[in-house]
Design a protein around this ligand. Structure first.
Ligand code: 6AU
Length: 397
């Protein structure tokens, strides 16, 4: 597929990740660019292992080499759904310890109302532990704004839900069904405002109100504290020293192109993804794609496509979306190109993806997981992908 970038590379391809921090339109993207510079890593591990305990062990071992850990929670046996002590919460603790973001590769696609519930409720409550998720937008742009709305609503509720606990024979907030919890939080909010005269403050900054037989405790953490849950053990409280903790904002990657052979996502679909991303910059961080789409035009992706509306040249120029690309593998010793997996997956080297095609983050699964020494192999991929990024900057300077 030819792109306008072949003749005139978009500015975002030439800049360093550090330089791109300033013009990022999403707080999580700015954070991720900074994290990439701190860890000198543009590697995402696709942790498609069988069991939850393998996932946690792998995340702990490979964590130092990566900036994003990608999950498919629904292929993991033994996933524990408890919001405070389950697999998601444990992964979140490992993410803080090693400094990486969690990307649940859920590939949402449905009507807006359904994706909102799938994203924020149900068994997995993805929004609570995954900083990033992705969507196949064949259902249309409305599902992107619906997910953005759900993430925003979730974000606004955090200061109350996280910090309010109830004691004396009353079930704690996470034991309530979602609606009940919301009612309870609303009730508590009123109580706390009303009961200021009976309020006492103890030494650790917590404030207790006596409300009939129920003690309501509110902790006074900053409203934007990135801690969602009080986690499991002391070890889980360790924090990566190179950078502050990730912001609580949630982000979406639009699945614009796939790595699989015979993929039916054509240029028209990809162009619609570009338009949806430009319309929803507050929530969309970027793309899962096979080429760099910043600054791309309709003519380059879908010549002759009559879509009735287009984005402007200025909008295209302003693009600073982050790109993550799967289908990444190093060739076996003595071979030039990596082979497919016999099931339709097509692979490229980190150099081809990052230096030539212009992606930012290489997503590697089996290339690392099935190696004899996954942490050492992750380090090898980290070095190759980072070198490819440096080579790209040199080549386009
Ligand atoms: O490196 P692999 O082939 O072991 O794993 C690739 C991972 C898998 C896929 O579900 C995912 O990347 N993936 C995606 C994503 C990230 O959305 C899109 C795509 O086009 N190809 C692809 O392989 O977890």
């Amino acid at each position: 597929m030819s792109t306008s970038q072949e003749t005139q590379p978009h500015w975002s391809l030439k800049q360093s990740f550090a330089e791109r921090v300033e013009s990022s339109t999403h707080p999580l993207t700015s954070y991720l660019f900074r994290l990439m510079e701190v860890k000198q890593s543009n590697l995402c591990l696709s942790a498609d292992v069988e069991h939850a305990r393998d996932l946690l062990a792998l995340a702990d071992k490979v964590g130092p080499s990566i900036v994003v850990l990608k999950t498919h929670y629904d292929l993991i046996t033994g996933w524990d759904y408890h919001p405070h002590t389950g697999t998601g919460a444990k992964l979140a603790a490992l993410a803080r310890k090693h400094g990486f973001l969690i990307f649940e590769d859920r590939k949402f696609v449905d009507i807006g109302s359904t994706v909102q519930k799938q994203y924020t409720a149900g068994t997995a409550r993805i929004v609570e532990w995954a900083h990033i998720t992705n969507a196949d937008i064949h259902a249309g742009e409305a599902m992107v704004s619906a997910m953005a709305q759900a993430a925003q609503k979730w974000r606004e509720r955090i200061p109350y839900e996280v910090k309010t606990s109830v004691s004396v024979g009353t079930p704690v907030a996470d034991q309530f069904a979602d609606e009940e919890a919301e009612d309870r939080v609303e009730e508590l909010r009123k109580v706390v405002t009303r009961e200021t005269s009976t309020t006492t403050k103890d030494t650790d900054g917590r404030k207790s109100s006596i409300v009939s037989i129920t003690t309501v405790t509110q902790t006074y953490e900053p409203a934007d504290s990135p801690r969602l849950v009080k986690t499991i053990s002391e070890d889980d409280e360790m924090v990566f020293p190179g950078i502050e903790e990730a912001p609580l904002d949630r982000g979406l990657l639009i699945l614009a192109q796939m790595s699989s052979k015979g993929c039916l996502m054509d240029g028209k679909y990809t162009w619609e993804c570009v338009k949806a991303a430009r319309k929803n910059k507050g929530f969309v961080m970027g793309y899962v794609a096979q080429q760099n789409l910043n600054g791309i035009t309709k003519e380059a992706l879908a010549p002759g496509y009559e879509d009735g509306e287009s984005t402007t040249e200025e909008e295209a120029q302003a693009d600073n979306f982050i790109h993550m690309t799967p289908g990444c593998k190093l060739p076996p010793p003595g071979e030039e190109a990596p082979q497919g997996d016999g099931l339709g997956q097509q692979y490229n080297t980190p150099d081809n993806l990052v230096n030539i095609k212009g992606t930012d983050i290489a997503i590697v699964g089996r290339g690392i997981i099935t190696a004899a020494d996954p942490p050492a192999e992750a380090e090898r991929y980290r070095r190759k992908a980072w070198k490819a990024y440096q080579d790209r900057r040199e080549r386009l300077a």
